[in-house]
Ligand binder design. Structure first.
Ligand code: HGY
Ligand code: MN
Ligand code: MN
Ligand code: MN
Length: 414
């Protein structure tokens, strides 16, 4: 049995170098990353990741949704691997750390164990989950949800982006339609390192967030239909203006979220006028809603209030309204034993830490459905994420990777 090597640390400068090297794939002039899932840029960073894992002596495989697995064998091959990782796809206005830190810190853990000549009891498995962001194809955390049995592979392969391209076509386009069946890989436990994407750790001058779970999420697609008419000749009181209906709904959504303060959040992140024209009253608008709260009951109450507000607005403005819930993820508690392991590692390494709930969704929230799962947070500047100015420090990234290293070692040798 390998004695705990408490003095073992990752190579922080090597980790930092990989974060900025891979930022070139989809890098934007503002210093962010635009690397939508299954895009050419995503294909390029996947190739980089595959080659880096092979160079580290890992056995690399890809499943039918393109998720990449890199296995480091252990002494006891009969044990299910201790898995860790995150995602390499980004939002269109993404930053350099969201998802990326968890994957590259995982690679750094593998490299550090190689450098130290350490063989673990259980195998280790590093994972790059396809389409965590859900920006191009819905839902978010798509591949880890399929791995956990929440969607069939066929269903996910048939999902289409705004241009009508399917997941299957996009995978084939970048050469990542893998051989392995989705969900075939056993996972003994899953630990994800991620930036907090919120302001708490920085505000409390803490280095590590010991994440106890993820809040609930509900996604909706909506349509408001009125009547196109002439911008110059249609009197205001005779219009059926779909955009004004959406404008009222957006303010109603804000009121509903504030009525469930401080936890509920509601976002209308996409809004499209069908057949837009400067001098035509908008007849049809399509929109999305992202609703979140740590309590399932509040998710349901806010959904009912949104539907009631939409009905009232549509009725008063003589609009047709449709609102379809396309995804609901209940609040997820992480495994107490793993949460304790993360807390123990943070304490042993001397990093100031606190327990926290994740406001963002993560692949770990899906893995928690089939295996013990937990997360490690590090701060990001001003809590900013899903923005090109997203930033974290080398010291915090290194601290997070060290906590990941020691958590994984405790689980793999326990
Ligand atoms: O939406 C989320 O919470 C994640 O960043 N995809
Ligand atoms: Mn993420
Ligand atoms: Mn994200
Ligand atoms: Mn995640």
């Amino acid at each position: 049995m390998t004695p705990p090597r408490h003095n073992l640390r990752v190579d922080g400068s090597r980790l930092w170098a990989t974060i900025h090297e891979t930022a070139a794939f989809g890098g934007t002039p503002a210093g962010g990353i635009n690397r939508l899932t299954l895009s050419r840029e995503d294909g390029a960073v996947r190739d980089w990741f595959r080659d880096a894992c092979l160079a580290a002596g890992l056995e690399v495989g890809t499943d039918a949704l393109g998720t990449q697995f890199a296995l480091r064998p252990g002494r006891d091959g009969a044990r299910p691997p201790i898995a860790f990782g995150s995602h390499l796809d980004t939002q269109p206005t993404g930053g350099r750390f969201d998802g990326v830190l968890g994957v590259l810190a995982g690679l750094e853990v593998m490299r550090s164990l190689n450098d130290a000549g350490i063989e673990t009891e259980a195998p280790l498995l590093l994972v790059n989950w396809t389409n965590e962001e859900g920006s191009r194809f819905a839902p978010a955390m798509m591949a880890s949800a399929a791995h956990a049995g929440e969607f069939t592979t066929a269903d996910i392969l048939s999902r289409r982006d705004a241009a009508g391209i399917s997941v299957a076509e996009a995978l084939a386009e970048i050469g990542y339609a893998g051989e392995e069946p989705v969900g075939a890989r056993a996972i003994g436990a899953f630990v994800e390192l991620h930036i907090e994407q919120g302001p708490i750790l920085e505000a409390e001058a803490l280095t590590i967030g010991v994440v106890e779970g993820g809040q609930g999420i509900a996604w909706f697609d909506g349509t408001l239909t009125g009547f196109e008419s002439h911008a110059g000749t249609t009197p205001m009181n005779r219009r059926r203006d779909a955009l004004l209906g959406l404008a009222e709904l957006a303010l109603a959504a804000e009121r509903i979220a504030l009525a469930h303060a401080p936890s509920a959040v509601i976002t209308i992140g996409e809004a499209v006028i069908a057949a837009p024209s400067r001098n035509v009253v908008p007849g049809t608008v399509r929109f999305t809603i992202d609703l979140r709260d740590p309590q399932a009951a509040t998710l349901d109450a806010a959904e009912a209030e949104l539907r009631a507000a939409l009905g009232e607005i549509a009725g008063r403005r003589r609009l047709e309204a449709e609102l379809t819930r396309i995804w609901r993820k209940a609040p997820v508690p992480f495994d107490p034993r793993l949460v304790d392991a993360v807390e123990t590692a943070a304490g042993a390494l001397g990093h100031p830490h606190r327990r926290i709930i994740s406001g963002a969704g993560h692949d770990a929230c899906n893995l928690a459905g089939i295996a013990p799962a937990a997360m490690i947070f590090v701060p990001c500047r001003d809590g900013i994420s899903h923005n090109e100015t997203e930033s974290a420090t080398p010291e915090d990234c290194t601290a997070g990777a060290d906590v990941l290293l020691h958590t994984v070692l405790a689980l793999a040798n326990g």
